[in-house]
Every structure is written in structure tokens, then in C-alpha cells.
Design a protein around this ligand. Structure first.
Ligand code: FMN
Length: 153
């Protein structure tokens, strides 16, 4: 049996649903136990994460079009604070964005910005709660990225 750690934030429940279903899928199909770090529950508390982890982040931007204006992150900053605290970003092997394609150029933009800011890869994205095929697709990508990251350490 092995483990996966996921740090995420969810304001309206979509990302939480995805993380729960991803965890169930990994347990059932790979016998992997998932440690869920739900940033919303922490009330701005931070702590060091000593094991490799993946971050999952919805985008909430304040208006704009994501190109020349409107890329100001609102509501999800506590995840960025958690990742930067205690050098946690060094153990983050990648980020997955969630969002809504109706936002066009702003689709999952905050996850892309975190990838640039912290230097870890953007592993993928999904819309809203994600479908079962998103879970299967992203589970494979996450496990491969975790394996490669662990092998390099
Ligand atoms: C005020 C507001 C702004 C949003 N801005 C964006 C955006 O800029 N880009 C995007 O891809 N999705 C945007 N979304 C969609 C959310 O990222 C999407 O609904 C996501 O699934 C929410 O995740 P959560 O339910 O875990 O909080 C926005 C949603 C709201 C309510």
C-alpha cells in the first residue's frame, strides 16, 4: 500500500467533490491512501508538509479577461500562503487547476500562475466537479509525476 497527499482549497464544493472521488478511485484501483489537506478547514494555519504532495486549485478571478486585466486572485490565496510557508513548495510535485471554460482565457489561470510562481509543473485541469474520465486521466498523471519526483530526491 502507498500514499498520496493532496493539498487543495474548495469554496463551493466542486474541488472537494473531485478530491473525495479521486481518493476513492485511488483506494479502490491502486490501494493508495490519500491524505487530504483541506486548506479551508485550516483557518489560515500553516504547517510543514514533509512528504511530496500535489496541489489542486480552482480559479476565482476578479472580472477581466485574463490577458490585459482581470488576473487578480480572490478567495483562494490561503492555498498560495500554505504552499509558500515553511518552503512547502519544494515538496509540491505539481498542480492541477479546476475552473470553468466559460471564463475563456482565464480558464484555470491561477493554477498556471502558481506553476510559474513556484516552479512546479501544471499537471492538468478539469472543469467543475470533473468527470470519471477526468479522475482516471488525472490519477494516472499524478501517480507518474509523484513517482518521478520521488525518484529524483
Ligand atoms: C466569482 C467566481 C469567479 C470565477 N472565476 C473563474 C475564472 O476566472 N476562471 C475559471 O476557470 N473559473 C472561474 N470560476 C469557476 C470556478 O473556478 C469553478 O466553479 C470551480 O469548480 C470552483 O471550485 P470550488 O467549488 O471547489 O470552489 C469562477 C467562479 C466564481 C463563482
Amino acid at each position: 500500500m502507498s500514499n498520496l497527499t493532496v493539498a487543495f482549497i474548495s469554496l463551493s464544493g466542486n474541488t472537494l467533490s473531485f478530491v473525495k472521488r479521486l481518493s476513492d478511485y485511488l483506494k479502490l484501483n491502486h490501494n493508495i491512501d490519500t491524505r487530504q489537506i483541506n486548506i479551508k478547514d485550516l483557518n489560515h494555519e500553516t504547517f510543514p508538509v514533509d512528504e511530496p504532495f500535489v496541489a489542486i486549485l480552482p480559479t476565482y478571478l476578479e472580472g477581466g479577461n485574463g490577458i490585459d486585466h482581470g488576473d487578480v486572485e480572490i478567495l483562494t490565496n490561503p492555498l498560495g500562503d500554505f504552499i509558500s510557508a515553511h518552503d512547502n513548495y519544494k515538496n509540491c510535485f505539481g498542480i492541477i487547476g479546476s475552473g470553468n471554460r466559460n471564463f475563456n482565457n482565464q480558464y484555470c489561470l491561477t493554477a498556471k500562475q502558481y506553476s510559474q510562481r513556484f516552479g512546479f509543473p501544471m499537471l492538468g485541469d478539469f472543469e467543475l466537479r470533473g468527470t470519471i474520465s477526468d479522475i482516471e486521466r488525472l490519477a494516472a498523471i499524478i501517480l507518474k509525476a509523484q513517482e518521478e519526483f520521488t525518484a529524483q530526491r
